[in-house]
Write a protein that binds this ligand. Sequence first.
Ligand code: RUQ
Ligand code: CUA
Length: 631
Amino acid sequence: MSGDAASKVYVAPGKYDEFYNIVSGGFNGQIGVYGIPSGRLLKILPVFSVFPENGYGYSEETKPMLNTSHGFVPWDDLHHIAISTTNGEHDGRWVFANGNNTPRVARVSLKSFRTEEILELPNSGGNHSSPFITENTEYVVAGTRFSVPMGDKKDVPISSYKENFKGSISFIKVDQQTGHMNIAFQLRTPGFNYDLSRAGKGPSHGWFFFSTYNTEQAYTLLEVNASKKDKDYIMAVNWKKAEEYLAQGKGKTEKVRYAHNVYDEKTHSATSKIMEEVTVLDVSELKDIVYFIPCPKSPHGCDVDPTGEYIVGSGKLAATMPVFSFTKLQNAIAKKDYEGDFNGIPVIKYESVLHGEVQKPGLGPLHTEFDDKGNAYTSMFLSSEIVKWNVKTLEVLDRVPTYYSIGHLSIPGGPTKKPWGKYVIAYNKITKDRYLPTGPELAQSAQLYDISGDKMKLLLDFPTTGEPHYAEAIPANLITPNVLKIYKIEENQHPYVTLGEGKARVERKGNQVHVYMTAIRSHLNPDNIEGVRVGDEVYFHVTNLEQDWDVPHGFAIKGALNAEILIMPGETQTLKWVPQTTGVFPFYCTDFCSALHQEMSGYIRVSPAVSNVPLTFGTGKTEANDTTTKK
Ligand code: RUQ
Ligand code: CUA
């Protein structure tokens, strides 16, 4: 690390980074947005977890986003992100992400940097090989990690794995205008584990490739029992064929339950709907959708190069790395060059699909990304390094250590047809001594390398939150021109919006009290409320009337069990508060919005359940001029 490296990552005060790095948060269920090359953390975007920084999952409007068929799930595990593409190139519209534990796929807007939609996936036992997108974001695809019993025969002995457990791959259609997602169909696949995936592109557009493991179909002590065979499979899926069967009505409708949650930017509110049907295509019955390619020892990453011709399988426990050829795959299928079948699905001969093997690549290959010069970069978990090799010649060109135990890696545009091969970023699983120690729980560690020359050069360490899995980096200029600055107040269609201070009011409906409150520098309206009783449910619907960029207001009231909300300019958000005792309770703005921010506060009086204190409210009324509260 030299002065040269420091100047390459130095972004002068007030200057912008060249790339956005959109990084999964792993077990925190969120997405981190970093600037590259500085490594500065810009924002955490809540997706599958509640987030106290902006009230996601706490406000009444956003709670439905985390609804599932199991009820409200406040915390999930997010591994992979996928930035939308058009013609196989980043278009900067949306980021998709997976909920790994309770199977869901989310769509985040790269205009508002907000989670706009979450779709639960039925028939999934853990959504790891997800989300992966087709060239034009026609589909977001999600494979189950675990096979489980499905349909009406769910209560079965675990030991009946071979007979009753099935895999499932969801094809989620994306509306090109709105981004809205719907499950078009699911493939019912053989019972083993599905790990990761990539769509074909260019010549292989129309195909999908999945890595699988535990083709031994073990159901206990997988550590040993799922590593017995020397090859598992890459599952090649001809999804255009699946579409044909679907159009011919060959799909079966199954009764299921899953939540579909959508955030509406105009009402500033999410709704959650329970869906009850899904269409399933069984690939053991419907021919020519699926083929298996043998791949050494428990492959993890399964990555397609920018030309769409080469498919890299990364066997975690294998000594070599196979690269398969799409052309050879097509020829082998045409010639029926099979070595047998699995559950009636053809298994193609390894040699007939193989482009070649990378010899001695390193230990524990996990994931591969590509540059714009025909090179691949593979993360090696066990030997803690990134290995650069040539996709055509399979020759190893360079290797650099990572600190430590790298998982995923990312090159700007690396999974697309058009990589900007300037940097590779390592996301490491182990941090140890890289930063000032912070007790047993350490920051996670990422590393930035310059890959513009022949040799990779370490430029920077930067800490990350959660445990990053996959990440993508995208040129900032594909996003910044479209970034949303405010919500237009005249477009606010929230049912409890307050369009102007003159409309601020309090209404009682039985034991519900609705406060139509406004916030503008530097007061809340109303700021004095009386006539609320113990046992009431009080809803503070706070509309931020500001129309300037970067003037949020917050709202907090003593004793609120769901804490606070933060309201963007032009937006309405609701905090529910159920007072337990009588008294006068202060509330205030939580975001330092002006020199008089500390003055932006008010009081609400709570009387006994049987009280007849009349409901009154106002701002700026004093005893001298106030007639409304006088008896
Ligand atoms: S995985 S470290 Cu959950 Cu993406 Cu490979
Ligand atoms: Cu509004 Cu502080």
